[in-house]
Structures are given as C-alpha cells and as structure tokens.
Design a binder for this molecule. Sequence first.
Ligand SMILES: Cc1cc2nc3c(=O)[nH]c(=O)nc-3n(C[C@H](O)[C@H](O)[C@H](O)COP(=O)(O)OP(=O)(O)OC[C@H]3O[C@@H](n4cnc5c(N)ncnc54)[C@H](O)[C@@H]3O)c2cc1C
Ligand code: SF4
Length: 518
Amino acid sequence: MPGPVLVPVLGDQLTRDLASLRGRTKKDTVILMMEVADETTYVKHHKTKIVLILSAMRHFAAELRKAGWTVDYIALEDDGNSGSFTSEISRAVDRHGASEVRVVEPGEWRVLKALEGLKGPLPVPLEILPDDRFVCSLNEFYTWAQSRDTLRMENFYREMRRKTGLLMDGDEPEGGQWNYDHDNRASPDKDMDPPPAPKFAPDDVTCEVIGMVERRFADHFGSLDKFCWPVTSDQAEAALDAFITQRLPDFGTYQDAMVHGSDDLFHSLLSTSINLGILDPVECCRRAEQAFRDGKAPINAVEGFIRQIIGWREYIRGMYWLEMPELAEANALNATRPLPEFFWTGETEMRCMADCVRSTRDNSHAHHIQRLMVLGNFALIAGVRPQEVEDWFLVVYADAYEWVELPNVAAMALWADKGRLASKPYAASGNYINKMSNYCGDCAYSVSKKTGEGACPFNPLYWDFLIRNRKVLESNHRIGRAYATWDRMKPDKQQAYLDSAKAVLDGLKPASGGWARD
Ligand SMILES: Cc1cc2nc3c(=O)[nH]c(=O)nc-3n(C[C@H](O)[C@H](O)[C@H](O)COP(=O)(O)OP(=O)(O)OC[C@H]3O[C@@H](n4cnc5c(N)ncnc54)[C@H](O)[C@@H]3O)c2cc1C
Ligand code: SF4
C-alpha cells in the first residue's frame, strides 16, 4: 500500500478549503504544520506578529484534529526541529513513509524557490498547487499585464468587479460610478466617534505562545501587552460582523483621516485575519455589499472597502509575482540614507511620526494613511534606502508578508520601481498631514513655517526631494508642475528650503543594525 500524502500547510495558509486539502480523504493524508526558526528570525519580526502566527497555527491544528485529520505539528521548541521548511518536509516524508507531497504555493518568492529546490532531492513527487484563495490567478494577472503598457490598479479593479459581480448592476457599476474615492477624503471631524474594534483576550494557547516569545525573542521590537488579534476563524468572523455593522458606514468618508491616539478609527482591522487565511476576502466583500443593498451602509463606504480588497490587495499580489525578484532590489531614486533611529524608538518631536511609531510598537499595526503618508512619505522624501525601509515594514506589522508588504513599500510608498505601480511618488509636505489629521496643532514644529528653526521637517524635505530627483521626475506629468512653482521662487527662498532640509537630514541619527537583512 502506498504511504500517505503529506500536505504541508504553511503559517499563512490556515484555510479549511485549501487547494492541497480539497478532495483528500482523512485516512490517506498527513497534514504537516511547522514552526521553524528560519521564518521567525530571517528578520526580527515584531513579537506580536510571531505570537499571532504561531497561535493561529496552533488553533488551526487543533481544529483540524477535532475534525478528524491527522496533523503532524512541529513546534518551535520541539527536540529535533531542524529550523527550516525544506528540512522539516524531508524529515516528515521519512517519518511517515509519504508517497507524495502536495503543497499550496507559498506567498513569498524566497520560500517558493526553496520548495522548488526540494523537488530533485526529495525521494517522492512534490506538487506545488496554485493558491486559489485569490480572485485573480497569477496566470490571469500576467495575461492582463501583458496586454497593456501601464499597469494601473483602477483598470484591473474594474475587471475584478466584473469577474466577481460585486457591486454590479448588470454590466454597469452600481450607482453609475466605478470609484467613489473623491467622497473618501474627509478630514477628521471633532464629533466623530468611532466604535472600538472588538478585542480578543489571549486564551491559554495564546498565553503559552506569549510566554515563549517573551523568553525566546526578548530582543525583538514591540510590546505584547495589548495583544488582542483574532487567532481563529470564529474570532475573525466576529471581527467582521462588528466591522460591517458598526464601522463600515463611516469607513469610506474617514478612510484617509488620522487622529492622535486613535489607532483604529473606522478601519476594519481585518488584514491580519485575511492574510493568515482565517477569513475569506470575498466573503468580506459580499457582506459589505449586502449591507449596502440592505440600506445599512452608503455606496462610498462599501465601494471603498471592496476596492481595497478585490482591487488593491489582488493587484498588489499580482505585481509582487510579476516584478520579483527585481522588485526587492529596486532603487530608482538611488536613495542611500540609513533608516533613522526614531522609526524604532518613536523619539522625535514630530508628533505625527511619534504617534505612528507608538501605534506600530503597541499594536503591530498602523492604518494605511499612517503607513503611506507619514512613515512612507518621510522615508521617501528623506531618501532612505528602500531595502532598509522594506525590512522595517516587514518586521513591524502583524499583517506583513513579503508579497503584500514589498510592493506597497517599494513601489507605492518609495517609488523605487520608477512608477510601474504608482503613477507618481506619494511625496507630500506637512500641509497634507495637517489637512488629514489633528497631529499638527500640538506639534513642537509649526506646519505653517516653511523653513528655518521650528519649521515642520516635511516642508523643506518635500522640496529637497523634488530637487534631488529633478532629472527623473520632471517629465512626470502628475508631479512635473511642481517644478514650475519651484522655478518661480526667489533664489533666497529656494536656498532656505535646501539649507533647512540639510539641517533636518544632518540631524537624523541612524538606527543601529542587526534587525534587517544584510
Ligand atoms: C507602506 C505600506 C505598507 C503596507 N504593508 C502592508 C502589509 O504588510 N500587509 C498588508 O496586509 N497591507 C499592507 N499595506 C496596506 C494597508 O495599509 C493595510 O492592508 C491596512 O492598513 C490593514 O488595516 P485594515 O485591515 O484595517 O485595512 P482597511 O483600511 O480596513 O482595508 C480593508 C482591507 O483592504 C486590504 N487592503 C487595503 N489596502 C491595501 C493595500 N494597499 N495592499 C493590500 N491590501 C490592502 C486589506 O486586506 C485590508 O484589511 C501597506 C500599505 C502601505 C502604504
Ligand atoms: S507639524 Fe509637521 S512634523 Fe508636526 S505633526 Fe504636523 S506634519 Fe508632523
């Protein structure tokens, strides 16, 4: 009799209907789940991220066992754990006398290459299956990309709307428009009162992982004091319910707003669950659509939410696989500055930056505009080396896996791919942050002061960035006009901007090493 089929389930594949399990019977399948040192330490992930993934894996293994599956679970501290996926798969093939290995393609290029490299040495066949938990298969994305010169999210998104039928009225978009983004840019309102997102107190399983992580990864960034992420599909469903009924109606309007000390606002906080596989992205969209059809949420909120998931999330994933491995090395603007230390310590007088780093440290989360227009924007206009910024984002966020983090950081925030993804760099002065937040009022810097002592650092850095990169950016029709403004400025004003920027840049203390890849 042939041995069982070995089905490795990776840490972000915690989905009952995973392609590798579909159609398999419980009696001839062994599911292999592995906590391996390579993955916990190739960058020094935030403690919360490690707890989230390991706890969710342990809960998922328990659910599978309860449902009658055989699960071979290798815990991080088990004797003999060899520390890598490939060697653990080899060991498990021997241990179980497996006749075949079936695995769903991993979310990272690095891991895919390692698994492909196992095909020869392994004594049994290894099949790598497409990950069909996405709306758009990679082949479909490549075909879409091949047929056009510019790869803009908006065109792709319309195809995904048609494909899923989400928010469609026959062949036309519901409400007559594909995109309601212009209604989704309200500044924070003093009276807005976002209901808090549900918190899930750590159970025994999570507490055990917390203890191990505090002991074993004591020098990793971040705090575990507020750990409250969903770690099971039931909890993720509860988080989705709460979002749809309580926060979705205002999600659109305040999507880009930032408020000091208010970490969730009207955001869904579902990315950690969706990326782990414990929550189905399309189900999230269908629930949002139903709220619209029931008259419980307006179209700008629902369309905005659905666009983030079947638009941005799918497009980002397609771009990752299309652009790798070059994307990881991309540096179109030749940025070379080391990451400033305050990205870790939060010790800066810039109130916006300090708040974003605090939320990142406490929650392993910051919302989109904080990531893009405060943290990413600063790194962009200060000219920080993309690979350092990428590793920082990969380390600090609980939802960060390279397939989603890298295109967002390298291409969207840093324009390191020279505009393959974003038509212009998201560079902004303090004005933008002031308009979209309540950060500036109590900041030690003055947002209205453009240069000199006490001026908001984003102001001179914005112009310095444009001037440093004039050769590359001047012909960009979306940003090129700024150069006309610069050219109209008096020389002494121009010089004041450049001198102020130099003072800011000279004052940046580089972070000490050891946390990122070489
Ligand atoms: C520099 C930078 C780095 C980022 N790194 C990550 C990352 O490592 N992992 C990650 O999941 N998201 C990342 N994002 C996208 C986005 O910021 C997060 O998905 C979002 O903040 C998660 O919080 P939420 O679930 O409350 O999202 P919501 O604001 O409620 O949005 C709903 C959902 O849409 C999806 N989504 C929204 N925007 C994006 C996007 N740009 N790319 C992919 N999915 C998106 C997510 O699944 C999210 O849960 C990054 C964005 C930027 C600008
Ligand atoms: S003044 Fe500048 S540094 Fe201070 S909070 Fe506003 S944008 Fe940030």
